[in-house]
Design a protein around this ligand. Structure first.
Ligand code: NDP
Length: 285
């Protein structure tokens, strides 16, 4: 029998704690932490993510500001807005929703965000700190996965963790966080030969690819922990992960659902990073 790693409930508890911390801040006369979210264009999935992030801010009591810019916004105008927000004392965290239109260089935008307000932790300075083992902020999705595993007391030390996907926002930073927890980490990607031979060795298998049906029952070691980061739409338009849940789950000890697994944890960690940014900036003053 397997246990569901319930991201929805775990994230709600963490948001509740943040709401209490915010209330204490306000009562002591300090302003609430502030998060600015910038969305360029009208990608439907990105719009949903931005709405969910703003809703979480409001529920916790953070100041939330959303900038919805047209898809023909120039890189110069976007960089100017980031510069203004970098200087804005009421804003502690700045998030630019990715992907950006092809006319805007993603690296230039990420590098323009002040590292101490980079609550997504994508800035090279913050990635460098993460790789040194002294992160200022932990990238939200990888940090959310670890927080969820910790909530269920799943050991990582000495375990073989296989991460499928090597993106800068999930696979690569996740492998660093797992190494920092003394796991043995294998990272697979689109050029990996014989993927099942790796996934079958995993005590903890994390799939962050974005392909429905990629991870099937024959790719799982009996009793493994399986975390599904993928967010895909199946033929009927329903949200699903990379893992074929019905056939895989009976062979796992723990498994995340999609939706209700990693997604809510990502947003909770963004809120925690915003709270941390506010606290760090106030201490530095
Ligand atoms: P990317 O497209 O940036 O990266 C996908 C990775 O998967 C790449 O490293 C790619 O390899 C690898 N890959 C592609 N095909 C295969 C294959 N057949 N076998 C093995 N590896 C393969 O995606 P992201 O990391 O941004 O996102 C991954 C998924 O996670 C998406 O579904 C996204 O929507 C979801 N996501 C969910 C979040 C959440 O909060 N739940 C947050 C962020 C993402 P290569 O490098 O060789 O191209």
């Amino acid at each position: 029998m397997y246990t569901i790693l319930d991201g929805k409930e775990t994230a709600a508890a963490r948001r509740q704690k943040l709401a209490e911390q915010t209330r204490v801040m306000l009562e002591s006369g300090q302003p609430a932490p502030g998060l600015a979210v910038i969305l360029v264009g009208e990608d439907p999935a990105s719009s949903v993510y931005v709405r969910n992030k703003c809703r979480a801010c409001e529920e916790i009591g953070f100041l939330s500001r959303t900038y919805q810019l047209p898809c023909d916004t120039s890189e110069r105008d976007l960089l100017a807005l980031i510069t203004t927000l970098n200087r804005d004392e009421s804003i502690d965290g700045i998030l630019v929703q990715l992907p950006l239109p092809p006319s805007i260089r993603q690296t230039a935008v990420i590098e323009a965000i002040a590292p101490e307000k980079d609550v997504d932790a994508f800035h090279p300075e913050n990635l460098g700190l993460l790789f040194q083992g002294t992160p200022r902020f932990k990238p939200c999705t990888p940090a959310g996965i670890l927080a969820l595993l910790d909530r269920y007391h799943i050991p990582l030390c000495g375990k073989h963790c296989v991460v499928v996907g090597r993106s800068n926002i999930v696979g690569k930073p996740l492998s660093q966080l797992l190494l920092a927890r003394d796991a043995t980490v294998t990272v697979c990607h689109s050029k990996t030969e014989d993927l099942p031979s790796f996934t079958r060795q995993a005590d903890l298998l994390i799939s962050a690819v974005g392909k429905a049906g990629l991870i099937t029952q024959n790719m799982i070691k009996e009793g493994a922990v399986v975390v599904d980061v993928g967010m895909n739409r199946n033929e009927s338009g329903k949200l699903c992960g990379d893992v074929t849940f019905e056939s895989v789950a009976p062979h796992c000890s723990f498994i995340t659902p999609v939706p209700g697994g990693v997604g809510p944890m990502t947003i909770a960690m963004l809120m925690e990073n915003t709270m941390a940014a506010a606290s760090q900036r106030r201490l530095a003053r």
